[in-house]
Design a binder for this molecule. Structure first.
Ligand code: HPA
Ligand code: ZN
Length: 338
């Protein structure tokens, strides 16, 4: 049973825009920008997408991002993602971008954010998809570099809803970025952080207690600490879970082993997301379908996942109400042809 997942109005809360760069577009950009790629063909790229853990993916992901140089490149990448959103009936999306991946190669912060945000405005105007932008700091780099990136972002603050934390988790605890997140909050940004993807439950606690994040990205390792699972449920801290990503990066051996249904049953505000869809074998629709099938989710659980994402979003009350009403109409079934 696929429970009419295609029609389900969706909200995506965990997508790295650089991770939506499909090999075909990567090749086109490499050619037009004169950037050499270590692959002979698109098929060769896809064959390289076999990962053993987070770091083995990140090495390839940062190499792929080297083709992005111009404002138009960032626009084209973001627009291609929004077209996938339209196909999956994504109604609202909150997009991560990694400025340091680009500014460290000499691409201006402004080039990156102008291209992404121009596509997002077109997405709202032409496709009716609303969005927010989340600036992620690369945690394998220093806290000082993150602070400098935050300062660079301030003139563009009206286009950024929140800050986040991504890249290599092990050995880079949230505590390392406490001062950066203090400053981000002081200037008015909300915050989120990747925690408990591969790292221990304590990193989830640090993200909550030290970085004061509004939601946890991934968070699936929380099950190693039952008190923490209870806290996440009691405080309704959203987890942005990415099932196909977790299988590709060997967090779970098989999607049938994923703990999403267990967390949902424990009352945690779990959501379904794609993470890096060009690398992990599917956009949000495919994540929903694969998870529903493997974990035998019923229609009520699918509806709960969709509503959780609305609730966990950075939309205002009116925006959330509008999307809940769309889910009400989905639940009532298709409108019969006149
Ligand atoms: N984890 C951490 N950093 C990332 C990821 C991820 O899944 N994707 C892109 N950057
Ligand atoms: Zn991620």
């Amino acid at each position: 049973m696929d429970h009419d997942i295609d029609r389900l109005p969706k909200v995506e809360l965990h997508i790295h825009i650089e991770g939506s760069l499909e090999p075909e577009l990567m090749f086109a950009m490499a050619e037009r920008n004169g950037v050499a790629l270590p692959y002979a063909s698109v098929e060769d790229v896809r064959r390289a997408y076999e990962f053993s853990d987070l770091q083995s993916f990140l090495d390839i992901y940062y190499a792929g991002a080297r083709v992005l140089l111009t404002e138009q490149d960032f626009y084209d990448m973001t627009w291609a993602y929004l077209e996938r959103c339209r196909n999956d009936n994504v109604r609202h999306t909150e997009i991560f971008f990694d400025p340091q991946t680009h500014t460290d190669r000499g691409v201006a912060f402004e080039t990156v954010i102008d291209g992404i945000s121009r596509a997002l405005s077109d997405g709202e105007r032409l496709l009716g998809i609303s969005s927010r932008l989340i600036l992620c700091f690369l945690r394998h780099l220093s806290a000082e570099a993150a602070m400098a990136t935050l300062e660079q972002a301030l003139p563009f603050g009206d286009r950024i809803a929140a800050v986040g934390l991504d890249s290599s988790e092990t050995g880079h605890p949230p505590a390392k970025f406490r001062a950066v997140f203090d400053r981000a909050r002081a200037v008015g940004f909300a915050s989120v952080a990747h925690a408990g993807e591969e790292g221990p439950p304590d990193y989830i606690r640090q993200a909550l207690d030290l970085l004061k994040v509004r939601r946890i990205d991934h968070g699936v390792q929380c099950v190693r600490d039952p008190d923490l699972v209870r806290r996440l449920a009691d405080e309704q801290i959203p987890l942005t879970v990415c099932p196909l990503s977790n299988v590709k990066l060997c967090v779970f051996d098989r999607i049938e082993d994923h703990n999403l249904k267990q967390l949902l049953g424990a009352g945690v505000c779990v959501t379904v997301n794609s993470d890096d869809p060009a690398y992990f074998g599917g956009y949000i629709g495919r994540n929903f379908r694969a998870t529903a099938r493997a974990l035998d989710l019923d229609r009520t659980e699918i509806e709960q996942l969709a509503r959780n994402a609305v609730t966990a979003s950075f939309l205002d009350a009116a925006g959330k109400q509008r999307l809940h009403a769309e889910i009400d109409r989905w639940r009532a079934g298709p409108v019969p042809e006149a």
